[in-house]
Design a protein around this ligand. Structure first.
Ligand SMILES: CCCCCCCC/C=C\CCCCCCCC(=O)N[C@@H](CO)[C@H](O)/C=C/CCCCCCCCCCCCC
Ligand SMILES: [Ca+2]
Ligand SMILES: [Zn+2]
Length: 263
């Protein structure tokens, strides 16, 4: 019986051919494309340093967990092992749980939850139960995790209805565009592999890694923007672009201004 650590013991095998470019790395491009998470994490910390000075713990935690996702995803695609697959999926689950615990707006808490401390317990318990259930059929975990993006889309839509800052609407639109490209790549790699193999281009999962990191580069500042409007009423969040507004390729970040005006 193969060990849960052994090469190719995972339930899934992505479209890219195995051991084609290296004798030790099963899926070469799927492994190296995780470098996007090693860029994403310090970029979020550096660009949003004003927010980080006021609320260090959430951003340090989420950035650290995004790095961990990159490490585990690299290990998974390098080995295609069962342990690699579970580490990859569980690190995503726990990162989402931590991000929700810190940033989920209090106005959307279920009626029975009165404080953020109670909400920590709710997310904690749900995540522990989901962790245990994730061992039943690991292949389904990725589909379940992808569904969480629909909840994030719903929340974004609810928040945008209350916000008339055009720059915030534009940032949300760009985030959705990256996510649509990302999820299309993920689904194509899973469902249309025969087609990509026929044309000798089985690299859509590595595009997914880069594209989902791009959408998170927009998603995190958006979430911080709403967090400031709700939880730091003495500040006004201002959406800026690095290196400057006029450049063709820009990265959004949040700056803080006083005093606060209603969004
Ligand atoms: C109030 C809530 C704030 C939420 C903030 C968001 C914090 C994000 C935390 C983690 C998401 C990281 C996802 C990266 C996955 C990379 C690893 C990977 O590719 N794994 C695959 C196998 O190698 C696996 O099949 C993928 C599983 C699906 C993961 C789905 C994650 C949903 C992420 C939602 C992000 C949405 C951004 C835009 C929303 C419209
Ligand atoms: Ca493969
Ligand atoms: Zn992957």
């Amino acid at each position: 019986m193969p060990s849960i650590f052994s090469y190719q013991s995972a339930e899934v095998d992505w479209c890219e051919g195995n051991f084609e470019r290296s004798a030790v790395i099963a899926e070469y491009y799927n492994t190296i494309s995780n470098v996007s998470f090693f860029v994403l994490s310090p970029a979020l910390l550096y660009l949003n340093r004003q927010y980080c000075q006021k609320k260090a713990v959430p951003l340090y935690f989420v950035s650290g967990l995004l790095l961990l996702i990159g490490v585990f995803s690299m290990y998974f695609h390098m080995t295609l092992s069962y342990v690699g697959q579970l580490l990859d999926e569980l690190s995503i689950l726990w990162s989402l749980a931590v991000a929700y615990s810190f940033w989920y707006p209090q106005v959307y808490f279920p009626k029975c939850i009165k404080t953020r401390r109670h909400f920590y317990w709710l997310t904690g318990t749900t995540t522990v139960i989901s962790t245990l259930m994730s061992f039943i059929k690991p292949t389904l975990n990725a589909y379940a995790l992808n569904c969480i993006a629909f909840h994030l889309l719903y929340l974004t839509w609810r928040e945008l209805k209350k916000c008339n800052d055009k720059r915030v609407h534009r940032m949300a639109a760009v985030m959705v565009m990256w996510w649509v490209l990302a999820i299309t790549s993920w689904i194509s790699d899973r469902w249309l592999c025969w087609l990509w193999q026929a044309i000798n281009f089985p690299y859509f999962h590595s595009f997914w890694h880069v594209l989902i990191a791009m959408s998170l580069l927009y998603c995190c500042p958006l979430v911080m923007y709403f967090d400031i409007t709700y939880e730091m009423p003495s500040f006004r969040p201002k959406l800026e672009y690095w290196p400057s507004d006029s450049w063709p390729i820009v990265v959004p970040y949040i700056a803080l201004e006083e005093p606060h005006k209603q969004c």
